[in-house]
Design a protein around this ligand. Structure first.
Ligand code: OAD
Length: 238
């Protein structure tokens, strides 16, 4: 049974209206990454960090899954093998598009995490630093997001999936943030055929066997149609 491992990045949600990070006018051109996406930034100014993620949560909740998210959900439903999505995205558009097997390696806007005791609960629309944890009562609420300098979630499961994948597909990611940026190399070393679908070639494009350029809402449904027509995702023309 063929195993497909799909890595997604901000580019798959771009046409749903959620900004990417490193494109022109991207999130990191408007915000200081160190101030809003590191434990040190949170310790220095929690209010700023909460405002940043509250705004992104509101944008995510107002957005709708696009044709690329829906196509991947269709693939999971109809492909006669295994489909696993590993996403760097913290929105929930894969799930709202119908995907079931999704690992959020950088966490989720929909989660609240107690920085004191590690308890997790659903995120409110607005996170107030004064809100006590329902378990330990400490007032150290933070978004359940993996910041720079922190260890991504689900890595054991992801390494195992990389070792077992027959086909690895990266969609809408710039290939600049590790460990995700090394996944194509890891999967290829374990024998997977690797395909990149992106608006422009990523920093890691040489690690892939094939590259298709264009908007995710066109590339992904086209690729899914091909896979479901042929019954296999392996070694298709680039
Ligand atoms: P980036 O902003 O670095 O890259 C987005 C990629 O999507 C680029 O390669 C674009 O060319 C591509 N792209 C843009 N619009 C597209 C479209 N309509 N269709 C297809 N591709 C499109 O975002 P990521 O690679 O996801 O981490 O960034 C990785 C991590 O860096 C994020 O998870 C986040 C960020 O800092 C943390 O915050 C920890």
């Amino acid at each position: 049974m063929e195993k497909l491992l799909i890595l997604t990045g901000a580019g798959i949600s771009a046409e749903s209206g959620l900004g990417t990070f490193r494109d022109r006018d991207g999130i990191w051109s408007r915000y200081d990454l160190n101030a809003v996406a590191t434990p040190e930034g949170f310790a220095h100014n929690p209010l700023l960090v909460h405002e940043f993620y509250d705004a992104r949560r509101a944008a995510s909740r107002a957005a709708q899954p696009n044709a690329a998210h829906h196509a991947l959900a269709r693939l999971e439903r109809e492909f006669p093998g295994e489909v696993l999505i590993v996403t760097q995205n913290v929105d929930d558009l894969h799930e709202r598009g119908g995907s079931r097997r999704v690992l959020h390696m950088h966490g989720s806007l929909e989660g609240a995490l107690c920085a004191e005791c590690g308890h997790r609960w659903p995120a409110p629309a607005v996170m107030l630093a004064s809100v006590p944890c329902p378990v330990c009562s400490a007032s150290r609420i933070r978004p359940d997001i993996v910041w720079f300098g922190e260890y991504p979630y689900h890595m054991e499961e992801i390494w195992q999936a990389l070792r077992q994948a027959d086909v690895f597909v990266a969609i809408g990611t710039s290939g600049t943030v590790y460990p995700a940026a090394a996944f194509a190399q890891d999967a290829a070393r374990a024998g997977a055929w690797c395909l990149e679908l992106n608006a422009e070639a990523s920093a890691t494009a040489p690690d892939f066997d094939a590259l298709r350029l264009g908007p995710a809402t066109r590339l992904v449904p086209d690729w899914v149609n091909e896979v479901l027509t042929h019954g296999t995702a392996g070694k298709q023309p680039g």
